[in-house]
Design a protein around this ligand. Sequence first.
Ligand code: BG6
Ligand code: MG
Length: 217
Amino acid sequence: MSQYKGLLFDLDGVIVDTAKYHFLAWKALADELKIPFNEQDNERLKGVSRMASFEIILELGHRTMTTEEKQRNCDRKNALYVSYIQKLTRNDILPGVESFLTRARKAGYKIALGSASKNSPLILERLGITDLFDAVVDGTKVSKAKPDPEVFLAGAAELGVNPAQCVVFEDAAAGVQAAHLAGMKAVGIGDPAVLRQSDVVLPGFGGMDPGELLARL
Ligand code: BG6
Ligand code: MG
């Protein structure tokens, strides 16, 4: 086994392609509020909490709202998002993820989820992979959004692993920053242009062996 003992996975965009549903739900709300919002703007929302995401959208539209109005809009976005993710099944797990997690567990790595999403437990359950995680740290357990390292430090603590022995898997620039601020290595999953700060970037997990990958860090 390598010098690393704990693997921390972001959820949206790493384990499952829910990033597109977050975008669609925010887009519907932004359209209704007549705020221009596109996929490039959406990059800034990845890894960011629900309320902080909405605040970015309001900023894009040069708009302000009361706390109550903001909360009401966040609730509406979430209701729409939850309606989209009801249809998730095991088939929506991104290619190679399940076998990577299973191999990593067999090899003795401790595995945690580190996500800003309050919907994490629901999604893991719908995908049928809750049992693959030794710890789940979600948006209900942390108060500071990525790039703050809180979510990953809490994950390492739940696993009982030193942060320096943890590796984070992330699709968002804010998540890569959070990993580094936590003193952890970061594997970027997705677009190298967005993830240029990560220690290694992969297009996905397909066929990847955990030991081989960690040896590259
Ligand atoms: C993150 C997503 O995982 O969770 C963000 O990347 C999202 O886009 C955040 O805003 C919060 O999710 P939720 O499900 O609690 O609204
Ligand atoms: Mg993500």
